[in-house]
Ligand binder design. Structure first.
Ligand code: FMN
Length: 277
């Protein structure tokens, strides 16, 4: 992580919110510059990753904090084109999955601790509680985000693939996941295609997510109306059909039919051996 230097955040913050947002900001570090510059990439070249990139990204992922250092996650690296194509199909035919050279499948992994307990013949009833499952998802997400930031800092592009939870049993079969290992999400990594560049997508105005001292919804409706406007403008600039964010977000969670199979997730978790009381 770089030292604080004279990088001025104003332009990047302006893009992050789609408007000038703060009167005064301190200078930022290269690490923050990488974070503020994030954009999901969905267009890749077929160029391979430099040797050792996978190991480097996994080292960055393993550098993330972990609840009680339990490290209840694992990652499956998929480079085989045919396997990527099959997984792409399971994730709603997302072409970027087989366009890019690497797909990382991050999993919640309680199986390692289970094997350790079996070998030591010690009880492990604590894995059957919801909190342990949540720890697995949190650990996996923190690890993955570290890998994402590391990749972006190297000039690589990434896209998360939550759609791999649409058909988790088929994903588990494809990757030979044992009981107590659950596919949380994928992360595609590759070289961005500069002919099809991605842009920084504005986020909600900070006052909707930042609450000082106590939670407050003051000014929320106006801020969201403003954001709807900003995002419509962003979509137009990207040649996409313009739609209010508030409408998109509500539609995404309208009902079980809009969850693309993920309404069956608790059943899928149970089939994979997870118990969460
Ligand atoms: C857990 C997670 C799952 C996601 N799944 C997908 C996906 O399946 N396909 C996709 O194209 N983008 C996916 N995304 C990317 C989001 O759509 C994207 O982050 C969001 O629109 C904001 O855009 P930005 O990342 O460019 O700022 C996912 C993001 C996250 C955090």
């Amino acid at each position: 992580m770089g030292k604080v230097n004279e990088i001025k955040p104003d332009a990047l913050i302006g893009q992050r919110y789609g408007q000038a947002s703060f009167a005064t900001l301190p200078a930022i570090s290269p690490a923050i510059e990488t974070l503020l510059s994030h954009r999901t990439v969905r267009a890749f070249t077929s160029a391979p990753l430099a040797e050792g990139t996978l190991e480097l990204l996994v080292s960055a992922a393993q550098s993330a904090p972990s609840s009680s250092n339990l490290q209840v996650w694992s990652v499956v690296a998929i480079e085989d084109h045919e396997r990527k194509a099959r997984l792409a199909q399971l994730a709603g035919n997302q072409a970027h999955i087989h366009e890019a050279p690497l797909l990382l499948l991050f999993t919640v992994d309680l199986s390692r601790l289970k094997r350790i307990a079996e070998n030591k013949q010690t009880p492990l009833a604590g894995i059957d509680y919801l909190d342990t499952l949540i720890m697995g998802f949190i650990d996996a997400a923190l690890a993955a985000q570290n890998a994402l930031v590391a990749a972006e800092s190297l000039g690589l592009g990434t896209v998360y693939i939550g759609a791999l939870r649409n058909k988790p049993e088929a994903v588990a079969d494809e990757l030979g996941l044992p009981a107590h290992v659950f596919p949380a999400f994928g992360l595609v990594v590759g070289h961005p295609d500069t002919q099809r560049p991605a842009a920084i997508k504005p986020r909600l105005p900070q006052r909707t997510v930042l609450h000082r001292e106590q939670y407050s919804t003051g000014g929320e409706a106006e801020a969201i109306a403003k954001y709807d406007e900003i995002l419509r403008e962003f979509q137009r600039s990207q040649g996409l059909p313009a739609q209010d964010w508030s409408e998109q977000a509500s539609n995404r969670l309208r009902g079980p039919e809009s969850l693309n199979g993920r309404d069956q997730l608790s059943a899928a978790l149970r089939r994979q051996g997870f118990v969460f009381q």
